[in-house]
Design a protein around this ligand. Structure first.
Ligand SMILES: NC(=O)c1ccc[n+]([C@@H]2O[C@H](COP(=O)([O-])OP(=O)(O)OC[C@H]3O[C@@H](n4cnc5c(N)ncnc54)[C@H](OP(=O)(O)O)[C@@H]3O)[C@@H](O)[C@H]2O)c1
Length: 267
């Protein structure tokens, strides 16, 4: 890929994305420039990934065709106020991964720029993200396809209308924490039943991973999978009955809708 890729904010999510793009040969290190205030972090980027680094966000703006904006939402206005935004002949594509920051809000700073709002999630770190994207009306078809290909490198990607972003945040954004709790609880149940902790955690993790892959790869409705593994009077239906008694499904539904409402409030 010959277009220069810039990143403003070389933190955790930036590393998850860039490491996958380099590993999958979508961008070579020499075509990536990252701005980051911390000297140590810049050195880390240079040594581990061989990318170009800078402390000046303006350099990113002036030298990139595509820019991933990956700072914390609270410092967006500081970042924008320190940029000279009319110095470029051609406005680069800005891809924002900032949680809760709308296209309208981005356009207040990056006026007349092609903008894509993106919501990835933490499994990006292992190339298994679920990412939702919404472009504004200045994004060309090529730019949209480029954005899709970038985020396919870190997992699955889906294009959605922006009004669904808060719901996406509640489900796939917050979801890794809910699933992590479930893995922990499964392991605790195993320990309560006499399994050593290390074995219980391995069993719990692989069970969640394998079940998710089964549902996804076979396009199997979860209710059907549940029916397939619950034999009459058996062990699994005894466990399912306890989950229902304790409001397991309604607890998960409430967790997603609470996260959705909180995302609306924060936005
Ligand atoms: N983590 C997730 O699961 C997740 C999921 C979806 C979306 N997001 C979004 O991704 C964004 C980044 O999150 P993160 O977890 O990667 O945070 P992070 O690790 O804190 O990364 C932010 C980076 O920006 C740097 N930075 C601070 N001020 C800067 C400036 N003025 N110019 C350039 N860089 C600056 C920080 O450097 P210092 O540390 O030296 O200040 C840090 O390296 C957030 O907006 C978040 O909403 C995160």
């Amino acid at each position: 890929m010959s277009l220069k890729l810039g990143v403003i904010g070389g933190g955790v999510m930036a590393e998850a994305i860039i490491s996958c793009l380099i590993e999958k040969n979508i961008y070579s290190s020499s075509d990536i420039i990252i701005s980051e205030p911390s000297v140590n972090r810049r050195q880390f980027w240079q040594e581990k990934y061989g990318v170009i680094t800078t402390a000046e966000n303006q350099q990113i703006l002036d030298n990139s065709d595509v820019i991933i904006l990956a700072v914390k939402p609270q410092i967006l206005s500081t970042v924008i106020s320190n940029l000279t935004l009319n110095s470029q002949e051609k406005k680069p594509l800005i891809i924002s991964i900032l949680a809760g920051v709308s296209l309208d809000k981005l356009a207040q700073g990056f006026a007349q720029f092609p903008l894509v709002r993106v919501m990835p999630n933490t499994p990006a770190i292992v190339g298994e993200a679920m990412t939702a994207i919404t472009p504004n009306n200045l994004v060309s078809e090529n730019q949209l396809n480029l954005t899709l290909s970038l985020f396919k490198a870190i997992g699955s990607v889906i294009e959605i209308p922006e009004y669904l972003m808060d719901a996406v945040t509640g489900l796939s954004g917050s979801g890794p924490a809910f699933v992590a709790l479930m893995i922990e609880a499964l392991a605790d149940g195993g320990v309560a039943s006499g399994l050593p902790r290390v074995i219980a955690l391995e069993l719990a993790t692989q069970t969640v991973l394998g079940t998710a892959q089964l549902v996804k790869q076979k396009n199997l409705h979860p209710a059907l999978l549940k029916d397939q593994v619950t034999s009459p009077g058996g062990t699994t239906i005894a466990g399912v009955a306890q989950l229902e008694k304790n409001g397991f499904r309604s607890a998960i539904i409430s967790a997603v809708t609470a996260a959705y409402k909180r995302s609306q409030e924060l936005g």
